[in-house]
Design a protein around this ligand. Structure first.
Ligand SMILES: Nc1nc2c(ncn2[C@@H]2O[C@H](COP(=O)(O)OP(=O)(O)O)[C@@H](O)[C@H]2O)c(=O)[nH]1
Ligand SMILES: [Mg+2]
Length: 343
């Protein structure tokens, strides 16, 4: 069978085309800009950097909401319903960045997500971007921060970041959003759902989903249990007390209340200066992340390291070299390269 020859666009656009297209809210250009920013190729990175610099002054003006929860909690369905609420009840637009840690292997669950946002997917005022997580930070795409910025420059006023609650991903998403929401299931077990102390301290709100049909009473009971559990924690520095609500992403009950909570939180942290504080701390996190990513990449691409690594790994495995000595040696190789004058 012959493949249809696709009219092929140039791989990269001129910088101005990206800038103009994104600022005009052109979705195709926005999608291409995100692909550029996500790329590992040096030539793409060289173009992505000035693009981000140019767009930065146009970014920042959105509500960034992180949504986490175990697989099956209903995150995608919730976002579909919330997105429709934003568009049709609030007259707003919405960008959804859905990060799927399983996608690098299967590729399948991204499609699953897409079908679960099927109402939102056909809306002109919604932009949905699934991103492969590629193993980084246990479920947050490496360039989610940059992608948020691009969506903001394209005029999206609400950015919803969906991530599966696995370990580090909550911390990562918390560190790039203004409001962090945990979606829970009644009766699924606290440990399983990440109700460790660390998570609770990061939350701005919790929603018990699937409060419908037979699940309604259970959800209400869970709500009051979690609400009293949350009250055991000291009030956070921002002056906000995290709330627990119930909702049904299927029939839409409770969704408007959850959004009202997000808006109330927004009003508070805008007026008490905490939003600016949170974002400036996040800017520092972002810088650190860029440095760490760069170091990791240099390490991966370093030839002296690559030449030495297999043997050292073997020696560490066999117990002939200590991990400490091996680690130091590898870092030493990286440093000597970085400083060699004839590079
Ligand atoms: N009864 C009920 N089912 C829901 C609700 N929200 C999601 N679901 C179902 O739960 C399953 C998982 O939903 P999904 O959105 O894919 O969860 P995710 O893995 O957290 O993104 C799907 O079969 C949904 O139809 C809800 O509010 N009520
Ligand atoms: Mg999902």
């Amino acid at each position: 069978m012959r493949r249809a020859v696709k009219h092929s666009l140039p791989r990269r656009l001129p910088l101005e085309r990206y800038v103009e297209g994104v600022l005009a809210g052109d979705r195709t250009t926005l999608a291409r800009a995100i692909t550029l920013v996500e790329s590992d190729l040096a030539a793409d990175a060289a173009l992505a950097a000035p693009l981000l610099d140019r767009l930065l002054p146009h970014a920042g003006n959105s509500r960034r909401v992180g949504i986490t929860g175990i697989p099956g909690a209903g995150k995608s369905t919730f976002i579909d319903t919330l997105g429709m609420h934003l568009i049709h009840e609030c007259g707003e637009n919405v960008a959804v960045l859905s990060v799927d840690p399983s996608s690098p292997i299967s590729g399948g669950s991204i499609l699953g997500d897409k079908t679960r946002m099927e109402r939102l997917a056909v809306e002109d005022r919604a932009f949905i971007r699934p991103s492969p997580a590629r193993g980084h930070l246990g479920g947050v795409a490496r360039r989610t921060r940059e992608t948020i910025l691009l969506c903001e420059a394209a005029g999206y006023r609400n950015i919803l970041v969906e991530t599966v609650g696995v370990g580090q991903s909550e911390t990562a998403v918390r560190s790039m959003t203004d409001f962090f929401l945990l979606l829970m299931l009644a009766g699924a077990g606290d440990e399983l759902q990440g109700m460790k102390r660390g998570i609770i301290e990061m939350l701005d709100g919790m929603a018990i989903n699937k409060a419908d049909g037979d699940g309604k009473q259970k959800a209400e009971r869970a709500r009051s249990e979690y609400a009293s559990a949350l009250h055991l924690f000291p009030a956070t520095a921002d002056g906000w007390t995290p709330r627990v609500l119930t909702c049904s992403s299927l029939n839409g009950e409770g969704i408007a209340e959850i959004w009202r909570m997000v808006l109330e939180h927004r009003e508070l942290v805008e007026s008490n200066g905490y939003l600016a504080k949170r974002r400036s701390r996040q800017a520092l996190d972002w810088m650190n992340e860029i440095v760490m990513l760069g170091l990791e990449q240099s390490f991966r691409e370093d030839q002296a390291v690559a030449a030495r690594l297999p043997l050292l790994r073997q020696q560490v495995r066999d117990g002939n070299v200590t991990p400490f000595a091996a680690g130091r040696e590898l870092l030493g190789l990286l440093h000597s390269q970085a400083h060699s004058p004839d590079e």
